[in-house]
Design a protein around this ligand. Structure first.
Ligand SMILES: [Zn+2]
Length: 114
């Protein structure tokens, strides 16, 4: 299976990472035989999901449809917000400890270090 990436920030979403998947397919209506396309899957990491859902409405009918779906999911339960919060805190392992010796495992010290 191919690695998945967040459509918005291009973050890699490994198995085990929390993410939001948007599925889209097309189907004929009133036409026999009914034709149905394969489903496309679009992935968003939790911070992008929450950011998009809380942001202003996008332009374009397809974008608005996707935005409404994101708002449905993000607004239904705080779990995705929690996942976004964890990823910002580095708890979910999103932030690799590059440039450190590994003795400090997470970026939870309350300050940035470059
Ligand atoms: Zn993202």
């Amino acid at each position: 299976m191919d690695n998945m990436y967040c459509l918005r920030c291009n973050r890699e979403l490994d198995a085990g990472h929390k993410s939001l998947a948007v599925y889209m397919f097309a189907q004929t209506v009133g036409i026999r035989p009914r034709q149905k396309s394969g489903a496309q899957r679009i992935n968003f990491c939790p911070p992008c999901s929450v950011s998009l859902a809380m942001g202003p409405a996008p332009e374009g009918a397809l974008n608005i449809a996707a935005w409404n779906m994101l708002r449905d999911v993000v607004g239904a339960d705080p779990a995705l917000n929690q996942a976004a919060w964890e990823s910002i805190r580095g708890i979910a392992g999103y932030l690799p400890a590059t440039g450190t010796d590994g003795s400090r495992r997470t970026a939870t010290n309350g300050y940035f270090e470059f």
